[in-house]
Design a protein around this ligand. Structure first.
Ligand code: ADP
Ligand code: MG
Length: 622
């Protein structure tokens, strides 16, 4: 037979490893993730992570785990070599973080790697040095039980990929993320993170997750966290800490979810968390959540993604509802307290039959099955705001304003707005010319424009005005700031602290004066005048998150609007606040003064209009 050259050939092992590395090793943080998983699987209780140049020059992870024998040490670099599973069935009974047996082979193929390990306490160990996947040197060394893996010059042999690595601090930030997640899941293990010889994180062994959360996310969060403990059928269990609705973030990055001890970022789980907070958070706000789901390993497939961030559940909706209900249960008592008033009135109304009550409800039109109205009233959340009113000293300024309000009676949920006619207003612009009818649900201003009904979202309107003022001041130079009598100390997580530290000068232009206060803490010394002390520290936490996000993609100056939006949002009157007629008029005058695009800066509409015809159609008159 004549020799024919084939077009297809089997790739050499080395190339296979490089290809596999493409999936598993994207940047220094992915190396850290894999090595940490190995250390944890080896039962370590002490882990040291050392980096140079954000991990681009050096990553060294040392643990006091079980270590490896000489033979195992060699085998560990073979592709698909693992001590963690033997059969396919094991895939559905996983108790370890690793199981693919790919990480070490992949990492070794794209770096200069040195392994030192010992599985005995006689101080006898092995050292293996590998360059670009080739074993260069093997030696016996003195080494205590445990393992140390040193990864130098990541991607030295893959220049194309090396180009994708970002600046030192960005890479360090990603590593800190990875360490944070593992540290939250393993409070009994001590973690230390060193960068260029500086200690960045020093986490002692803790008994529970609470102290770990304090060390990583800031101790000041603790009073606002609730404990979740929910036992379901079939080994389902949910535990952890979640924030009360008044503690929120501007990004979902403080939602940490773990399944069987593994950090995952799953769509179903994320949705379930938000469903647990349904009606409790404003749009665009996210809770702080550290949640651990335990589930029968047979009910979940971890092996759907090489980095194992996503999972697949056998019974997706069951898991979803279990999580959502667990959170609702935890959050409910607080909600009930806040609704105390209305609950009492129902109880006291003993003379009325359920029937007559529901009739009353219908007559006042309080439960219209009308998407439009419901959507509007869903947008803001009474419980939180009510709580603030009940439990906290009321700002004297606001109290005064409220007492002069023509709507000083608290407007019952779902009740029809009080009628109020403003006699002949001196109109100049569109808004000033509107005929004010009243305030609905302490959130919307009702007006008449010709024969149209105009609804104005008071929060969105204030936000819009605040944003325009801030942008104007920023363009003109700086935003006026006011010094705080008592500086406030803020504790942040690693990445937020870095972002804030890096942008202190820019923040001064925005009216903030912030000084480092040791570790991940800052002293807030001055804030933009516009804020009037309200929520200043919460705003700074949000600004830091936003800076973090911007830092990963672009320049602060180009994204300044995002920050101004946040500031506007924090500075203004929320929904659920009675407004005096003078306040409404003042707001309208300001709205007339700005370049009005009918949207709040978040892109939500400020105003909605219903024509007489639409209303008549609702009542089937048309
Ligand atoms: P996997 O973790 O999926 O098994 P890896 O390539 O990450 O695959 O590791 C291969 C094997 O090397 C592991 O199964 C484990 O037996 C061993 N190993 C790796 N790191 C350590 C460590 N830090 N301590 C002890 N054994 C380790
Ligand atoms: Mg592994």
């Amino acid at each position: 037979m004549e020799f024919m050259e084939t077009k297809i050939h089997v790739l050499p092992e080395e190339l296979c490893n490089k290809i596999a590395a493409g999936e598993v090793v994207e940047r220094p943080s992915s190396v850290v993730k894999e090595l940490l998983e190995n250390s944890l699987d080896a039962g370590a209780s002490d882990i040291l992570i050392e980096l140079e140049a954000g991990g681009k020059r050096l990553i060294r992870i040392s643990d006091n785990g079980c270590g490896m024998s000489q033979q195992d040490a060699f085998l560990s670099f073979e592709r698909h070599a693992t001590s963690k599973i033997r059969t396919a069935d094991d895939l559905f009974a996983l108790s370890t973080l690793g199981f693919r047996g790919e990480a070490l082979a992949s990492i070794a193929s794209v770096s200069r790697l040195r392994l030192k390990t010992s599985d005995n306490d006689e101080g006898l160990g092995q050292q293996i040095y590998i360059e670009g996947g080739k074993i260069k040197n093997v030696a016996e060394v003195g080494f205590p039980q445990g393992t140390s893996i040193e990864v130098r010059n990541l991607f030295f042999n893959l220049p194309a990929r090396k180009k994708f690595l970002r600046k030192e601090n960005t890479e360090l930030g990603h590593v800190a993320d990875v360490v944070t997640k593992q540290a939250l899941a393993n409070p009994a293990v001590s973690f230390r993170l060193k960068h260029n010889e500086r200690i960045m994180l020093d986490l002692r062994r803790e008994k529970g997750v609470r102290e770990r959360v304090a060390a990583l996310l800031g101790r000041s969060l603790l009073p606002d966290l609730l404990v979740v403990e929910q036992q379901g059928s079939d080994d389902l269990q949910l535990t952890g800490l979640i924030s009360q609705p008044q503690l929120t973030r501007s990004a979902a990055s403080h939602i940490y979810t773990f399944i069987n001890g593994r950090y995952i970022r799953d769509r179903v789980v994320q949705h379930a968390v938000m469903a647990g907070y349904r009606h409790l958070l404003m749009k665009g706000r996210y809770p702080v959540v550290v949640l651990f789901l335990k589930i029968d390993p047979a009910q979940v497939d971890i092996n759907v993604h090489p980095t194992k961030h996503e999972v697949r559940f056998r019974e997706q909706s069951l898991v979803h509802d279990f999580i959502a209900e667990g959170l609702q249960q935890t959050l409910r008592p607080a909600e009930w307290l806040n609704k105390g008033g209305s609950d009492f009135s129902t109880e006291n109304a003993g003379d009325y039959s359920t029937h007559s009550q529901s009739q009353t409800v219908d007559q006042t039109g309080s439960a219209p099955d009308n998407g439009f109205v419901r959507e509007l009233s869903d947008r803001y959340v009474p419980p939180v705001e009510n709580r603030q009113k009940d439990n906290f000293p009321v700002d004297p300024m606001l109290a005064q304003l409220n007492s002069t309000s023509v709507y000083s009676e608290p407007v019952e949920e779902n009740s029809v707005a009080t009628q109020y006619t403003l006699p002949g207003s001196e109109s100049s612009g569109f808004f000033s010319g509107l005929h004010i009818l009243g305030q609905y649900h302490q959130s919307y201003i009702l007006c008449q424009d010709g024969s149209d009904l105009v609804l104005i979202d008071q929060h969105a309107a204030h936000e819009r005005v605040g944003f325009e003022k801030l942008r104007h001041a920023y363009t003109a130079g700086t935003i006026p700031s006011q010094t705080l009598l008592f500086p406030e100390v803020l504790e942040l997580d690693f990445n937020s602290a870095t972002a804030l530290g890096d942008n202190r000068q820019e923040l001064e232009l925005l009216g903030f004066e912030i000084e480092p206060f040791g570790g991940k803490s800052f002293a807030l010394k001055a804030i933009p005048q516009l804020l009037e002390n309200r929520n200043a520290s919460r705003l700074v936490v949000d600004v830091a998150l936003e800076l973090e996000r911007i830092g990963r993609t672009g320049q602060l100056r180009e994204s300044i609007d995002e920050i101004l939006i946040l500031m506007a949002c924090h500075s203004v009157i929320r929904a659920n606040q009675a407004l005096a007629i003078v306040e409404i008029k003042a707001l309208f005058q300001e709205l007339d003064r700005i370049d009005f695009k009918a949207n709040c800066p978040h892109g939500r509409p400020v105003m909605q209009r219903m024509t007489l015809t639409e209303i008549e159609r609702l009542f089937r008159r048309q």
